[in-house]
Design a binder for this molecule. Structure first.
Ligand code: MLT
Length: 240
């Protein structure tokens, strides 16, 4: 039976059986990923440990994106910023991304059915693709390595759940999805009021927040195509 679940944390998602998992880190990892693919990136490796990210980028000679505490760490080419991603010279290229929670969430779910990166940026594209699988779990990347709730991810997951429902008539939303869908109309206010939204604004990333709240700036459906311990390779499912 078609179903839509929203897992408030990665820890919860590991107990949900679905055919596809859409990982959401609105501020900012999955928004950055959707934007990089919209800018023409061919392949992205999401990595869950910073040293491995540095090594991988050095070995493969690709651009290194990411953050620690919201800021680009030493040696990184770019931060985890969708505004920067939008302007970065990535066409036909490859990149490595390390972020505190978003890339760890993707790596944690790798291997459980089809796993995609979703955000408001690629709202319709990812919702359509996920709906085609019939049983959809939308997973909030959250905080503290996927163990703590993050309001901005939950509200964005609700927006995606609503769009999946439009493309999957008759689907049964679970309790988490029902609550997240109630938050959806207030996603902008909730994301700005969230702890991480306030932290991003305090760091001067107001532009990234506004970018992340714009729907459908990307047609990309970044999906995991290959993975190993602590890494996951994503390609755009539309063009792969
Ligand atoms: C994360 O992965 O925790 C976030 O994307 C952090 C950020 O906003 O840079």
């Amino acid at each position: 039976m078609p179903s839509i679940e929203v897992a408030a944390t990665v820890a919860e998602a590991l107990h949900i059986e679905a055919r596809t998992y859409v990982v959401v880190d609105l501020l900012r990892a999955t928004t950055t990923i959707a934007t990089l693919f919209a800018a023409g990136l061919r392949e992205l490796v999401a990595v869950s440990e910073i040293e491995r990210a540095r090594e991988w980028a050095r070995r493969e000679g690709c651009l290194l994106f990411g953050e620690v505490g919201g800021l680009p760490p030493p040696g990184f080419d770019y931060g985890n910023s969708p505004v920067e991603a939008d302007a970065a010279p990535v066409r036909d290229g490859r990149a490595v991304l390390f972020t505190t929670n978003g890339t760890a969430a993707l790596c944690a779910l790798a291997g459980r059915g089809s796993v995609m990166a979703g955000a408001l940026a690629n709202l319709d594209a990812v919702a359509r693709e996920a709906a085609a699988f019939g049983e959809v779990a939308i997973v909030c990347a959250g905080e503290a390595g996927g163990r703590r709730f993050a309001l901005e991810d939950f509200a964005a997951a609700g927006v995606i759940a609503r769009r999946v429902e439009e493309h999957l008539p008759g689907a049964r939303p679970g309790d988490g999805a029902l609550l997240a869908m109630r938050c959806a109309p207030e996603v902008e206010e909730l994301a700005r009021a969230s702890a991480h939204g306030r932290a991003m604004a305090a760091l001067g990333f107001e532009g990234d927040i506004s970018f992340a709240l714009r729907a459908d700036t990307s047609r990309a459906v970044p999906a995991i195509s290959e993975w190993g311990a602590g890494w996951a390779r994503l390609v755009d499912r539309r063009t792969a």
